[in-house]
Design a protein around this ligand. Sequence first.
Ligand SMILES: NC(=O)c1ccc[n+]([C@@H]2O[C@H](COP(=O)([O-])OP(=O)(O)OC[C@H]3O[C@@H](n4cnc5c(N)ncnc54)[C@H](OP(=O)(O)O)[C@@H]3O)[C@@H](O)[C@H]2O)c1
Length: 314
Amino acid sequence: MKRSVEKSNRSCAPGQGRMERMPHIIDGRKTAELSLAATATQIAALRARGITPGLAVVLVGDHPASQAYVRSKDKTCRELGMHSRKYELPRETAQDELLTLIRDLNADPAIHGILVQSPPPPQIDEQMVVQAIDPRKDVDGFHPLNVAALAMDDPAAIVPCTPLGCLELLRAHDIETSGAHAVVVGRSLIVGKPMAMLLLRKGADATVTVAHSRTRDLAAVTRSADIVIAAIGRPHFLGADHVRDGAVVIDVGINRVEDASSPRGYRLVGDVDFDAVAPKCRAITPVPGGVGPMTIAMLMRNTVEACERMAAAG
Ligand SMILES: NC(=O)c1ccc[n+]([C@@H]2O[C@H](COP(=O)([O-])OP(=O)(O)OC[C@H]3O[C@@H](n4cnc5c(N)ncnc54)[C@H](OP(=O)(O)O)[C@@H]3O)[C@@H](O)[C@H]2O)c1
């Protein structure tokens, strides 16, 4: 099975050669489209055998950004010809009710992927919910067995979608990670830590530094990077001083900032000050239109691969 999306024409080796006048803008939407097209082919092959991959997305509460993410996942599933189920549960849903739903979905042969949208309301113990999901259906890759499998270089690991999408962007845009110094800013379980593990894996072979809020002289650390991955959650936090000439910058951040000129009253920006940083970069992702679309594309891929594995296991 072909895992990588098609390559762009342009080759970008971080840390080598002179800085280009214009950075290569890594188009996440286009790369995600190519990835989704490959996934659609896998789905067609499964459907020809009478198998339709199914994803269940569970949302507890009415967090507006979460509602938008869930709608978008549901829409992408349907467009690809997958079976999609969306559960929108009231904010006051009890932990036991949610666990009962998860158990039902674990046992449901039409469902191959289960995702509980984060963040849940405070009465829900997120870790307990993640651990209740059948690890084979844990398409977010947050179950401890999948976390361990990633750490152990087990190819069967289901890898969290956002870091997987970042790695896929680097691969699809011919950005060499082998031997490169990658600095991941952020150590969350959903982005920073799995990103670091992915870059460290054999095949990716980067030299990885993980920075966080206690890192001393962050700018000096990030300036030493060939590849900077920003997963901080603070708008425009990394500026020109944080990045050296010719670096590759992947901006995971999605932050809402007030914008009276926008009909919604806000706009989305990354953790990187794009206008200040881009002129120094060899390649950089925009926000929106960078990592975000890849996250959904990787969720679809993880679900289809989970379905293929379950079908093969009989
Ligand atoms: N594009 C996508 O699909 C996607 C998916 C997931 C998340 N995101 C976005 O990515 C960003 C990060 O998400 P997350 O879930 O990883 O966030 P998180 O759980 O809040 O983690 C943020 C990390 O940034 C570190 N940090 C905070 N302030 C810092 C500082 N001043 N200097 C250095 N490090 C600092 C924190 O360090 P400590 O550990 O020391 O506190 C923490 O490790 C958010 O904007 C989120 O919306 C995007």
